[in-house]
Design a protein around this ligand. Structure first.
Ligand code: AHR
Length: 312
């Protein structure tokens, strides 16, 4: 009974770490849907190597069932720590309970889950997505200050049910609701990909002749939308104001070129902090329940200045 309780409370060193001193991390990545995700995967792989942590990497191809399978397999392999970026917010309690019962600590990275049981994971490292949505909304409110006509907004959301899609939508909505001239006339998922962003923007343009603003939950969807806007004979960044999130190199280039008007940064470079946290939780040390990534925003002029040093 005592042993079981200890194990449920952590028991982090009960696995491989104690044997050879080398930490093994099972990492379940969402997929490879965007430039952000590629940069995040690179950051995690590089940081693991630098920290001397053995990484068992699994790509879920945007499917929750693949992530659940990967976590179960990490439990069976008795890894020392599991880290994952949950594709959607809900539906994790059962599998995370299995990891907890096996004494394997879990770290949420990039995205959160919505379980009330916070004992299922040790910490959550990642951005404040609500804040990102608010920053997008605040820039828009300032950009249209003094104008009284209705502003028609279309929104390309991230994957349905994912934390960044929910939070960026809510943060943005909370800010723009203060002024009734802002109206979201269409909102649909573009699944965080360029191809889907283009397809959905194309449909928006066919259904609405009066779009003033596009708010895309990531750069890739914004870049796909730019192709659709140009194909429709309109000038992105001029005829339609475009706000995106991420600030990956291609997005920053489009911002510097005047095709995007504003980008809210979301940093994918989480690898080093993740490895640090992993070492601590495996050693049984207390870590903060939430580690928020530091981020900024970019105007077109700021993008021009930042591009030469941009790492991703
Ligand atoms: O969870 C982070 C989001 O996922 C990024 O903003 C987006 O590009 C990615 O696919």
């Amino acid at each position: 009974m005592v042993a079981a309780t200890l194990s449920a409370c952590g028991g982090e060193s009960g696995n491989g770490a104690a044997d050879d001193g080398k930490i093994t991390m099972g990492f379940s990545q969402v997929g490879a849907e965007s430039g952000w995700r590629t940069a995040n995967t690179d950051s995690v792989r590089k940081a693991a190597e630098e920290a001397g942590i053995e990484l068992k990497f699994s790509d879920a191809q945007q499917k929750q069932e693949n992530q659940i399978k990967a976590i179960r397999s990490f439990v069976q392999q008795k890894v020392d720590v599991i880290a994952f970026s949950p594709v959607v917010e809900s539906g994790w309690d059962t599998v995370l309970k299995e990891a907890k019962d096996a004494g394997i600590p879990v770290i949420l990275t990039d995205r959160a889950i919505d379980s009330p049981d916070t004992s299922l994971y040790k910490t959550f490292l990642g951005s404040d997505f609500v804040e990102e949505g608010k920053k997008a909304g605040q820039w828009l409110v300032e950009a249209y200050q003094g104008k009284s006509e209705q502003v028609n907004i279309v929104e390309l959301q991230g994957n349905t049910g994912s934390a960044p899609a929910n939070d960026r939508r809510d943060g943005f909505a909370e800010v723009i609701k203060a002024d009734p001239k802002f109206k979201v006339i269409a909102s649909q998922t573009g699944e965080f990909t360029r191809a889907k962003g283009k397809e959905v923007m194309d449909a928006f343009l066919k259904a609405h002749t009066d779009i003033d603003v596009l708010y895309a939950h990531n750069d890739d969807m914004g870049l796909g939308a730019i192709e659709a806007i140009e194909a429709a004979g309109k000038k992105p960044g001029v005829d339609i104001t475009i706000i995106t999130v991420d600030a990956v190199r291609d997005g920053m280039q489009a911002l510097a070129d005047g095709k995007i008007n504003f980008i809210v940064e979301c940093s994918p470079l989480l690898g080093p902090q993740l490895m640090d946290l992993a070492k601590k939780v495996v050693a049984g040390e207390t870590v903060p329940a939430r580690v928020v990534t530091e981020e900024t925003t970019f105007t077109q002029e700021q993008a021009k200045a930042a591009l030469p040093q941009r790492q991703y």
